[in-house]
Each structure stands twice: as structure tokens, then as C-alpha cells.
Design a protein. Structure first.
Lengths: 245, 213
């Protein structure tokens, strides 16, 4: 037994390196929060470049690795096809209407290419959406005086959204039938979803089934849970993202 | 525990045989480990359901999953804090905190993979580093998680920054915890120590030669 070994600090001596490591982690965490905006920019541009060349798709699982994330608030969402899909327009309108998928397809289509920004931080650049301008459906139904807002319902049975009438009449608010130049798939809210280009993506309700014109704004699912009702990208929810429009 | 098994000394007659049991973890320590592990697994499982698209698609119910995740995370430090009333837990935390010269040699040998003999007391240096790292990481996850939860209490930029740290540290912690579980799976006697509180003397002398009660 050499001198060093016999000089055994045992369980009470020695250096308190454990405590120092815990405190270092706290320091690193705080430093990470402070430097996050710079780190994030660098990592995002690196990862979005990498995900474009990544055949495995693994980079999509990394934080901010590019691409969409799937969020559903319901336990399961039914599948709707051209045969059984209906979009109703009702409430304070002169002509309540029920559209089939084919009748929506027959209307003039508008294609927009904008960034998608989620309120949780991820952003997907330059995503094409194509569909019928919401204002066209509202005009066809004939909005009555006294109407000031729209309530959207979804066939997942749970989600809802809202817009003021003024917001809903914007040219960049679509009832979208196509996304990324393909029919909207089920995971992205197909066959028909809302697309509100200037707002955080939770406003773009998936699995759209009902448009009800109302006299006042009735807050939607996430707004009831603390998110802003007027969800302009970069000017709400305490976030400073670059505007998408 | 005799540091040199088999060395002649007056206590030899009383030294138990290697097949005998040694108490390793007191009941409060095992319960703190068990409840912390349960809460951590709940955090990881709910995080996976929020984060991995295929699981999110399967489970849905986003608001419920978020709520479970938040509360599991908030409760995560509670078992250790409650366990501090136990002298045995305080003693084990003290042992985890202190690094002796043989711990430094252990780490050096582990990093260099030089096959040198690695000595340890009740906890080896790897376990000490893991304990401190995961404790610090848990506190950072808790802090950034609270910033994300109570969005309106903090300035504008903080939430995005907290999300960034929370996401990347979650990924890192997941890998580190997988390592911890992997090490346990590879050593049934170590698992028995945490499950029943006892290990065989032979295992203790082999794995933790400097451990004295």
C-alpha cells in the first residue's frame, strides 16, 4: 500500500467536486439561455442545410431540425375523404352552405408561399399553401350586418379557432386544400385546413369542418389556455419572430 | 470492508465470508431512487409523446400530455428533498459529493481506456459524476421548464431561449439516462442492491474495494 493510497480521504474527505459539477450545470444552463438567440441562429441554419441532405430523416428529430411537428389535442382524429367530407358555413349569414371537397376544388384557387412559424419556436421556410380564399366563401354566404367574427370548428371533435371578420377577409387567409403542392394529408389537417398566413400556426386550424359567423370573437382552444387571440407572428405571445408576411 | 481482502490482520477471524450479504442502500434511499426514477420516466415518456411526430400522432391529447409532463417535472426534485430527513440519504449524498484521489485516477483510467485498475468506495467516480450531472441537469430543466410554463411572467425573449436549452438538454439527458440504465442492466448485482438493499460481499469487495460502512 503506497503513501497516496493510505492517505484515504474516505467518504468525508476529498474534494467536493460533486457540488461544483451541479453548480457548473446551473451556470451552463443560465449561459445557454442568455446565448440561445445566437446559438439557435447558427444551429438552425446548419441543421436546415443538413436536413436537406439527410436521407435518414434523423435530423428532423433534433430540436429545430427543420420540418413540421405534429400536434393534435384530440385522442384520435377520424379520416375524411371526398365522399364524406363537408365544410359548413353558417351563423350570421343569408345563405348557410355545405361544401363538398369537389365543390371547394371547383372554386378559384389561390397559391401562397410563406414561412410557417409555430408559437413553440419551429419555423419552416417557404411552404406553399393553395386553396379558396376565405373571403370568397363569406361573400358567397352573404354576411349579415352585426357580424364581427368567425368561429372555426374541426372534425377532430375538440379543436376550435377564431378570427375577427376583418382578419378573416384578408387575402392571405385560405381554406387550404393543398400544402407543399400536394393535397393536404391527414397528419397536416387534411383534407381541408385553415391557413392564416400572418399568424402563428395554431391559428391555421387542421381538419376544418365548420365556419360560423358570429357577433363576437369566441376564443379558440389554445386561446382559452393562455395563447393570444390576435396571434400576429412577431407581435404576440411574447415572441419576436420575423413576420411571415 | 477491508481494502485488501485476505490480508492477515487480527480482524480476520471475524471477517465474514464472500457469500454473505452487505447492506448497501437503506429503505429511504431506495424509495427516493424509485420515485425519482418513476417521475423521470414519466417526464421522458410524455416528452416523447409531445416531441416525436409518430408518437404524437398516436397519442394526441396534447393538452393532457403537456399537463402531466409539467407536473411530473415540477415534482421531480421532491423525493430527494423529502428524503433529506433520512440520515442514510444525507450520508450517501455526502459520499457522492466527495472525490478522493482514487476517484480522479478512476476517471483518468476511464477516459483513457487504459485498463488500469479502478478503485472505488461506496460509489465509483462514474456514479458520482452521473449523480451530480443529472442533479444539475434536472434543475436546469426545471428552471427552463418554468420559464416556458409561465410565459407571461418573463420578458419576451426568454421563452424561446428557455425552449432552446430545454430541448437540447432533454436530448442530452435522455442519452445520459440511457447510459445509466444500460450500466444497471449490465450488472444484476448492482440492480439487486437498489431493489432489495443488499449485495453480496464478494461483489462489494470486487466493485467497491474502498467502501467502509
Amino acid at each position: 500500500m503506497n503513501a497516496e493510497q493510505s492517505d484515504d480521504p474516505g467518504e468525508t474527505g476529498g474534494k467536493p467536486l460533486g457540488r461544483r459539477l451541479v453548480l457548473s450545470m446551473l451556470g451552463l444552463g443560465a449561459a445557454g439561455v442568455v446565448t440561445a438567440p445566437y446559438l439557435q441562429n447558427g444551429l438552425e441554419s446548419f441543421l436546415s442545410a443538413a436536413s436537406g441532405k439527410d436521407p435518414t430523416g434523423l435530423t428532423g428529430l433534433l430540436p429545430n431540425g427543420g420540418g413540421f411537428r405534429y400536434y393534435s389535442v384530440a385522442s384520435s382524429v377520424p379520416h375524411k375523404s371526398a365522399a364524406d367530407y363537408r365544410l359548413t358555413v353558417d351563423g350570421l349569414v343569408d345563405h348557410p352552405t355545405a361544401y363538398t371537397l369537389d365543390s371547394l376544388r371547383a372554386l378559384p384557387q389561390t397559391r401562397l408561399v410563406r414561412d410557417v412559424q409555430c408559437v413553440t419556436g419551429w419555423r419552416v421556410p417557404g411552404t406553399p399553401f393553395e386553396g379558396v380564399q376565405l373571403s370568397r366563401l363569406l361573400d358567397a354566404a352573404g354576411v349579415r350586418p352585426g357580424a364581427r367574427a368567425i368561429r372555426f370548428k374541426c372534425f377532430d371533435g375538440t379543436y376550435s379557432e377564431s378570427l375577427t371578420l376583418e382578419q378573416a377577409r384578408r387575402a392571405d387567409v385560405l381554406v387550404a386544400l393543398r400544402m407543399q403542392d400536394k393535397p393536404v394529408v391527414h397528419a397536416h389537417g387534411g383534407p381541408v385546413r385553415l391557413y392564416v398566413a400572418p399568424m402563428y400556426f395554431y391559428k391555421s386550424a387542421k381538419w376544418l369542418s365548420g365556419i360560423t359567423v358570429t357577433s363576437d370573437v369566441q376564443r379558440g382552444y389554445w386561446e382559452e389556455r393562455g395563447y393570444d387571440t390576435d396571434a400576429w407572428v412577431g407581435k404576440s405571445n411574447g415572441r419576436g419572430d420575423a413576420p411571415t408576411v | 470492508m477491508t481494502p485488501m481482502p485476505g490480508s492477515a490482520s487480527p480482524t480476520d477471524a471475524a471477517t465474514p465470508r464472500p457469500s454473505e450479504e452487505v447492506r448497501r442502500f437503506a429503505r429511504p434511499v431506495r424509495w427516493v431512487h424509485r420515485t425519482t426514477a418513476g417521475l423521470m420516466l414519466l417526464c421522458i415518456a410524455t416528452a416523447a409523446c409531445l416531441y416525436i411526430p409518430q408518437l404524437a400522432e398516436l397519442v394526441g391529447r396534447r393538452y393532457l400530455v403537456v399537463t402531466v409532463h409539467e407536473w411530473a417535472g415540477l415534482l421531480l426534485p421532491v423525493p430527494v428533498l423529502l428524503g433529506l430527513v433520512s440520515r442514510a440519504l444525507r450520508a450517501d449524498l455526502g459520499r457522492l459529493n466527495r472525490f478522493a484521489p482514487y476517484d480522479i485516477r478512476w476517471l483518468r483510467s476511464a477516459l483513457r481506456r487504459d485498463g488500469a485498475r479502478r478503485e472505488a468506495a461506496k460509489f465509483n467516480a462514474g456514479q458520482k459524476v452521473y449523480a451530480a450531472w443529472i442533479a444539475g441537469a434536472t434543475l436546469v430543466m426545471l428552471g427552463t421548464g418554468l420559464l416556458m410554463w409561465f410565459t407571461h411572467l418573463t420578458p419576451l425573449m426568454w421563452r424561446t431561449s428557455a425552449t432552446f436549452v430545454h430541448d437540447w438538454l432533454a436530448l442530452t439527458a435522455g442519452i445520459v439516462i440511457a447510459g445509466h440504465v444500460g450500466m444497471a442492466l449490465a450488472d444484476p448485482e448492482a440492480r439487486r442492491g437498489m431493489r432489495t438493499g443488499s449485495v453480496s460481499r464478494g461483489w462489494a469487495e470486487r466493485e467497491h474495494p474502498r467502501w467502509k460502512d
